[in-house]
Write a protein that binds this ligand. Structure first.
Ligand SMILES: *Cc1c(COP(=O)(O)O)cnc(C)c1O
Length: 437
């Protein structure tokens, strides 16, 4: 990692010294105790939510358990700092320390993903996509993206979202026979509609997009390629999924899904687009950066660069593969027949259940997951992810157990004591904040 340039008279060494043991830490470092004394009502809610997370099986594909180190950065006085602009070019004084935090976050992101440029300021994944469109497109431009019922995100052209209002979206989908992206259709639609940008990325597609194929199609029609890697970016960081960085003009991501950092967004791009992307984030779509979150992103990028995280990312995929196979044995029709990622989606209609009833039965058993649209289906299905349970240290045997408990809860016939008791017993052995993080 390159050393950040000192700004406004404060050196990196001086800033690093802030962590010295003799430096007074102040009352903020005892945050939860202070909150409990001052506002027991909200402190109680924080503890109740921690308890809810620990007592259930958290299978929401977009969620994870971020580390205590990330939580510490989020609960720090960096939250007080106004920092409009970029390091070395801020609209506010007193940014010399937070400038170093942002430079570190940017350098770590660039190194982690092999990207020429990184912007770590987007407040969320949606903000990152908004900024990517703002950098590359004009209102009224045509964009080719995965159709929402097939797995596209709100920001890929929903009429309820800015994207559907300001751009002319055309939707591609997956093949009926395989459930895989229909690249012939993508190519045909690109030729017909001549989009200014093509978006690849999804909220529920369990396989890897063929980034080279998307690049080829984009080049054929002179379109930008935007990869919305909000879901797989953590797998990419850990080397457990192919990277869109060599192919896409702009990569948008979240930092809170498999990547296990703070809630937030990230943009990676080529150096040639750096200025346009940075201006699209600030001042075009955002004001001051949230410097506590930027520092927490730096912490998460640091964690993601470790061998432990590489092992984690591979285990996330191994767990999802086993879970998909075990769920199929329980009668769930798994989309695409399996997964390459942390995501498993499936249809429960063969169990004579609709997805809403299924989710309610699972919730009663302490199993928390999402329902999602299924490509070409009239019914909704279930969407599960293995990022959080893998952070808890669960492996293949636990995935097999989860599938059995899930099947029992769906059918309404539990093992001894019912699935709720068995879920409680399982998660008790795997607390959300194990020492191995
Ligand atoms: C999660 C997600 C987003 C949005 O992230 P938020 O932080 O919720 O705004 C955007 N695109 C895709 C594909 C996603 O999965």
């Amino acid at each position: 990692m390159s050393t950040p340039l000192p700004t406004q008279g404060v050196s990196a060494a001086a800033a690093t010294g802030a962590a010295a043991p003799d430096r007074p830490r102040g009352d903020w470092a005892h945050g939860l105790d202070a909150l409990t004394r001052q506002d027991p009502e909200i402190a109680g809610l924080l503890l109740a939510e921690a308890d809810r997370q620990a007592r259930g099986l958290q299978l929401i594909a977009a969620e994870n358990f971020t580390s205590p180190a990330v939580l510490a950065a989020l609960g720090s006085p960096l939250a007080n700092k106004y920092a409009e602009g970029y390091p070395g070019a801020r609209h506010h004084g007193g940014c010399e320390v937070v400038d170093l935090a942002e430079r570190t976050a940017v350098e770590r992101a660039k190194a982690l993903f092999g990207a020429e440029h990184a912007n770590v300021q987007p407040h969320s994944g949606s903000s990152a996509v908004l900024a990517a469109y703002a950098a590359l497109l004009r209102p009224g431009d045509t964009v080719l993206a995965m159709a929402l019922p097939q797995g596209g995100h709100l920001t890929h052209g929903s009429p309820a979202n800015f994207s559907g209002r300001w751009f002319d979206f055309v939707g591609y989908g997956v093949r009926r026979d395989t459930g895989l992206i229909d690249y012939d259709q993508v190519r045909a639609l690109a030729g017909e509609h001549r989009p200014q940008a093509i978006v690849c990325g999804s909220i529920s597609y369990p396989r890897h997009p063929d980034y080279a194929a998307f690049r080829d199609i984009a080049d054929d029609v002179g379109a930008y390629l935007i990869a919305d890697a909000a879901h797989p970016i953590g797998l990419i960081a850990g080397g457990a999924a192919p990277s869109p960085v060599p192919y896409a003009d702009v990569v948008c991501a979240t930092t809170h899904k498999v990547l296990r950092g703070p809630r937030g967004g990230l943009i990676l791009c080529r150096a040639a687009l750096a200025g346009r992307v940075d201006r699209a984030v600030f001042p075009f779509t955002q004001g001051g950066a949230q410097m506590h979150t930027v520092a927490a992103k730096a912490v998460a990028f640091g964690e993601a660069a470790t061998p432990a995280f590489t092992a984690y990312a591979h285990q996330v995929v191994a767990n999802a593969r086993l879970l998909a196979a075990a769920l199929a044995a329980e009668g769930v029709a798994v989309t695409t027949g399996g997964t390459d990622t942390h995501i498993v989606t499936g249809d429960v209609s063969a169990l004579a259940l609709d997805a809403v009833t299924a989710r309610a039965r699972l919730a009663a058993a302490g199993i928390v997951l999402d329902i999602c649209g299924l490509p070409h289906g009239t019914a909704h299905g279930l969407r599960l992810g293995t990022a959080a349970v893998t952070t808890q240290g669960m492996r293949e045997p636990e995935m097999a157990r989860i599938a059995v408990l899930l099947g029992a809860a769906l059918r309404g016939d539990g093992p001894d004591g019912g699935p709720r008791a068995a879920v409680t017993e399982l998660v008790r052995a795997f607390p959300p904040y194990p020492a191995h993080i």
